[in-house]
Design a protein around this ligand. Structure first.
Ligand SMILES: [Zn+2]
Length: 283
């Protein structure tokens, strides 16, 4: 598990390495001693825990005894732990002065990977998961965030990004919620940002994808849940280039297309007839 309580304060294992993955050895020693004195306590069940801080594996806290504690049963993969450590540092750097909670229990009983309460604005929940959840869990979560005025940031493991020509249904849900998709490759320490555009007037429901990768260390999250302003600017440029030109209205174009298809093309203005012909919208 990633966090525990020491003398009433929450300690997070991700703090034990810096953003380059180097151990803060003094701090490790301090906590090892604290554990030996029985001062490290599980957040969920209150039993004593110790710190595992090997050189190869990510650091974590563990129970001395195999207990029925739910927190201890939920053993995460190295990839998940490292991903969360990278995100922990990204959030720390983005909001150095703010409170940052790890594995935060929401009021509805669900957990999120990180939570920033922000006393002067909308709070933010950051989720990292290597795989999709079911659609119902996603809805419960997303609706809850919306109702509570919490800004969600969903980050997925890069393996669910098949880099296809379009988004999966799950990625589409995420894009609807936060405006784009983000995938983390914890091994290469890279983040892939992706957004898809859909234009039913260009050929047959053409989809375009914009995808860029960034070293995690170069990213900063802002208060609106955006990981890269540069990426969002490129997206809005691409969207503009993809949009209908000035003077062509979507509703009128739709109507014009219907009329032409029904053999009523003479009722359509020349401007719209030309546009339909130029863009080959009837093929
Ligand atoms: Zn426990």
């Amino acid at each position: 598990m990633e966090s525990c309580i020491h003398k009433g304060e929450e300690i997070c294992a991700y703090e034990l390495k810096d953003s380059s993955g180097i151990y803060q050895v003094e701090r490790v020693e301090e906590l090892k001693l604290a554990a030996a004195r029985g001062e490290l306590i599980c957040r969920e069940c209150g039993s004593k825990v110790y710190l595992a801080a090997g050189l190869i594996k990510e650091p974590y806290f563990a129970h001395y005894d195999l207990t029925g504690c739910e927190y201890s049963a939920n053993r995460e993969s190295e990839e998940a732990l490292k991903g969360k450590r990278l995100l922990y540092h990204l959030l720390r750097t983005s909001f150095p002065e703010e409170e940052l909670c790890t594995r935060y229990k929401l009021k509805n009983g669900l957990y999120c990977s990180f939570y920033l309460p922000f006393t002067d604005g909308k709070p933010m929940a950051v989720e990292f998961r290597l795989y999709n959840t079911g659609i119902d869990e996603f809805y419960i979560r997303d609706q809850y965030y919306r109702e509570e005025g919490i800004i969600p940031v969903y980050i997925l493991g890069y393996r669910v990004d098949k880099n296809d020509r379009q988004l999966s249904w799950y990625q589409n849900l995420i894009q609807k919620s936060m405006g784009y998709c983000a995938f983390l490759d914890a091994v290469l320490e890279k983040m892939y940002l992706k957004k898809s555009f859909y234009n039913r007037f260009e050929g047959k429901g053409r989809v375009r994808l914009l995808r860029k990768d960034y070293p995690v260390k170069e990213l900063l999250l802002n208060r609106n849940g955006i990981l890269s302003e540069e990426f969002m600017e490129e997206c809005s440029k691409a969207e503009k280039a993809f949009a209908l030109p000035e003077g062509i209205r979507e509703d009128i174009l739709e109507n014009a297309l219907r009329l032409v298809k029904e053999g009523q093309g003479h009722l359509v203005s020349e401007k719209y007839r030309d546009f339909i012909r130029e863009r080959k919208l009837l093929r």
